[in-house]
Write a new protein. Structure first.
Length: 410
């Protein structure tokens, strides 16, 4: 493929100016933003302000003076703007795991006569672990029913209480049809909880337009909130007063500073808060979300697909007969913002790539996964990454002992 064509794509890219908003190490092609987003430059300065001035000088008065107390709903509304959520329908709090537990426990109470929780084998295992834990807590009166991803639609039957579906498969990048599955579930009286960890910030999400009632997601991937950044949950306005939080903490109380001895759930989505929010990490996310102020997510989606096509075409051209097999083989409307390949030596290949300045990640048993983050990934970056991948494959650079040594985190 002609390098001039790659340069043309970058020159015509309407999102090209956003890359300068991020701190990216020189000489690195970062293709793992679907695991941990890059650091926005706004975050560093804001965190220094929060630590040195707000915490350091104003101390506990900052809960009022700098409105720390309302950060969960303020940040939640910023996320809501990226997910098509109604105002005051998203809160930022806790982790995805805890938020899923909250909503799943509450949702089972909304369908008390049904005893099946449905999910699919392409779901992130953590979500399945949370479901399994809740089933045990409910004395195994519930059943976790697992089906293949393509069988979800037909598995939405009248005996299902709740379905837990991750919109984008974390390994292959397959994307479920949110609007279609939500509509089917409503006709069957099923509550669906959507996991948006690989969706939010990757492409347009329309929770309200799709009629979604419940959703969770993380903020450290495409939203660039930082390692361990707080997650979020969504409850549609129609359900907000029906949800009975299983973790009835003081921040979700109707009047937390009245210090009543009995719990009364607060109004709206904020009743799903639990403990004291982590102000420093939430402030980092608050600042990170500012990079989205002037971003059209439709352009993000368009560029994502162009990056995907370029990556796939280059691998086909430059890496023939190397054993790499494209796993993200779905039509454009059915894939997220990543590209995945399989190879028996996938782990060693990823380790070799990282050692040569191209950061992707490995997912067992044999998946090489590359995140496509349009705000800071250029077409030239993809071109360079595949050139390096081609050299590693042709020379079998990956077949060195050091690249076969397993790290704790893959």
């Amino acid at each position: 493929m002609n390098k001039d064509f790659i340069d043309f794509l970058d020159k015509e890219d309407p999102l090209r100016s956003h890359k300068k908003k991020f701190n990216l190490p020189p000489g690195i092609v970062y293709l793992d933003g679907n695991s941990l987003g890059a650091l926005p430059k706004t975050v560093t300065q804001h965190i220094m302000e929060v630590v040195n001035n707000q915490w350091g000088q104003t101390l506990i008065s900052s809960w009022n003076e700098f409105d720390w107390i309302n950060l969960p709903i303020k940040v939640g509304n910023k996320i809501g703007q990226l997910t098509g959520a109604e105002h005051n329908s998203v809160i930022c709090a806790d982790s995805t795991s805890i938020n899923l537990y909250k909503l799943l426990s509450a949702a089972t109470q909304l369908n008390p006569d049904r005893k099946v929780i449905l999910s699919d084998t392409g779901n992130f295992p953590n979500d399945l672990y949370i479901i399994q834990g809740l089933v045990k807590q409910l004395n195994n009166n519930f059943e976790l029913r697992l089906v293949e991803p393509e069988e979800i639609s037909s598995a939405l039957r009248e005996d299902v209480s709740v379905a837990v579906i991750t919109e984008v498969d974390y390994r292959t990048g397959r994307k479920h049809n949110m609007a279609n599955l939500t509509a089917i579930s409503k006709t069957k009286g099923i509550k669906i909880i959507w996991d948006l960890c690989h969706s939010t910030g990757a492409f347009p999400v329309d929770l309200s337009g799709c009629g979604v009632e419940l959703a969770v997601g993380c903020s450290y991937k495409y939203l660039n909130g930082g390692p361990g950044a707080p997650a979020f949950l969504y409850v549609s306005p129609e359900l907000q007063e029906s949800i009975q939080p299983p973790l009835s903490g003081w921040m979700g109380h109707e009047a937390p500073f009245s210090f009543d001895l009995d719990y009364r759930p607060g109004n709206g989505v904020s009743r799903n808060l639990c403990g004291t929010p982590g102000i420093i990490s939430m402030s980092a996310l608050d600042a990170a979300l500012d990079v989205w102020k002037d971003v059209d997510l439709r352009l993000v989606r368009q560029k994502s697909q162009k990056l995907f096509n370029l990556f796939a075409d280059l691998v086909k051209e430059l890496c023939p007969e190397t054993g790499l097999s494209l796993k993200t083989t779905f039509p454009e409307s059915e894939r997220g913002s990543q590209i995945a390949f399989s190879h028996p030596e996938g782990y060693a290949i990823i380790k070799a790539l990282i050692d040569h300045g191209v950061i992707g990640d490995f997912r067992a048993p044999n998946i090489l996964r590359f995140g496509l983050t349009p705000l800071y990934l250029s077409f030239g970056d993809v071109y360079r990454a595949v050139l390096i991948l081609s050299e590693i494959m042709q020379k079998r650079t990956w077949d060195q002992p050091k690249y076969h040594e397993r790290s704790l985190v893959t």
